[in-house]
Design a protein around this ligand. Structure first.
Ligand SMILES: *Cc1c(COP(=O)(O)O)cnc(C)c1O
Length: 394
């Protein structure tokens, strides 16, 4: 079987990560990020979507080294809080390269962002638009619309955005309040497996933008949000398919007017750069008749594996002993669980995973593709387990 470019890239990245783990032997669980992979993924997204402004969604992985690398590569940033603003500024981002994209914010946090030089905000409500006008006078605003996120692994539901006609009214209000109404934003759901998953939202956004332009409000911008996928057990379609579908959709719905376009990828930039190393705490059985072993790891739902909820994200696993991958057979089916005393701290019981039959306490189980939404979701000390430590290799 010939190996793809992606396999070779992962081989090299995994070798760098394993070299670090062998040399430094950090306590587990821990996350190791391969910075060259972050750079390569960012570059690939920018190349697939030229002329599109790339705003990295910091919440996916806020490791300072990741933010610094992306700032140096010329990325802009999507932030949700004063702490994320400070992080980006401290790591080399210009205030003008930051979008405060969280529609849920305190008035004093808006004032703080403005004081630090942030001039772009995303909103979805009248109260928030008025707060931006009061505390960030003259700033630019995008209005987020509610969209159908069919096809995504993590739909955003109804928490963010408002109906397009309300967004249009709020853009008119922004103008009256002295703000610069810039355009429309949305998020088509995270880990969007359908390259056409943005089409309905782009159609709705175009409706608002073109209508207000016809009224004389010079809206310019379309913010496509996040949702670009990463490879886990299941491989998504190639990035080029997404770029083609999105570009065609913008041309179809916007016609002669070509908007300034932004994307806010999080997962697609960092997921594939990360390996989460866990240690096997216990291997046991629940009865003599059930063939499945229960494998308890020192990493669980509260220690960085939040996205195993509903088994939505299925990480590829590699079992290792003394730093060397164990032979893949003989193997048998397992249920995987975390170390805490919480009944929900079970990672996979429906997704079929097999691990070596002689797996035992002290072996490692490495989770691949774990660079996004792991360290940033881990709890501070549930049951006394420390938060997931992150290390970066160059
Ligand atoms: C989380 C988030 C993103 C990133 O989403 P991904 O699916 O990880 O790409 C982008 N924009 C906003 C507003 C978000 O909240």
């Amino acid at each position: 079987m010939t190996k793809s470019f992606a396999d070779h890239r992962l081989d090299e990245a995994t070798a760098r990560i394993r070299h670090f783990l062998d040399r430094d032997r950090p306590d587990t669980p821990c996350l190791v990020i391969d910075l060259p992979t972050v750079r390569e993924r960012f570059t690939a997204i920018r190349a697939a979507l030229p002329r599109v402004g790339v705003f990295y969604a910091v919440k996916a992985n806020p490791a300072p080294e990741v933010v610094e690398l992306l700032a140096a590569e010329g990325s802009s940033f999507d932030v949700a809080s004063p702490a994320e603003i400070d992080l980006c500024l401290a790591r080399g981002a210009a205030p003008g390269a930051i979008s405060y994209s969280n529609p849920i914010k305190k008035a004093r946090d808006i004032a703080y962002a403005h004081e630090r030089g942030v001039r772009l905000f995303v909103s979805d409500s009248e109260q928030d638009v008025r707060a931006i006008a009061a505390h960030a006078p003259g700033a630019s605003v995008l209005l987020r619309i509610l969209v159908n996120s069919k096809g995504s692994t993590y739909p955003f539901g109804k928490k963010f955005g408002c109906a397009p006609e309300m967004a249009a009214d709020l853009l008119r209000l922004s103008h009256e309040l002295g703000l610069v109404p810039l355009g429309v934003a949305f998020h088509a759901g995270s880990q969007q497996l359908d390259p056409h998953g943005w089409d309905g939202a782009i159609a709705d956004a175009a409706g608002v933008v073109l209508k207000l332009r016809a009224e004389g409000l010079p809206l310019t911008t379309l913010n496509l949000g996040g949702g670009l996928p990463a490879g886990y057990l299941e491989q998504p379609p190639p990035l080029a398919d997404y770029a083609a579908a999105i570009t065609a959709s913008i041309e179809r719905h916007f016609g002669d007017f070509s908007p300034e376009v932004m994307v806010e990828p999080g997962r697609a930039v960092v997921a594939e750069s990360g390996l989460l190393r866990s240690e096997v705490v216990l291997v046991s059985r629940k009865s003599y008749s059930d063939e499945r072993r229960w494998v308890y790891l020192d990493a669980g739902r509260y220690g960085g594996l939040a996205e195993t909820e509903g088994e939505a994200i299925a990480y590829p696993l590699v079992a290792c002993r003394d730093g060397v991958p164990l032979p893949e057979s003989p193997a048998g089916p397992v249920v995987l669980a975390g170390p805490t005393c919480d009944a929900d701290d079970v990672l996979y019981q429906h997704t079929r995973y097999e691990l070596p039959l002689d797996l035992r306490a002290g072996d490692h189980v490495d989770l691949l593709g774990a660079g996004a939404y792991t360290a940033s979701y881990s709890s501070v000390a549930f049951n006394g387990f420390p938060p997931l430590a992150t290390y970066c290799v160059r």
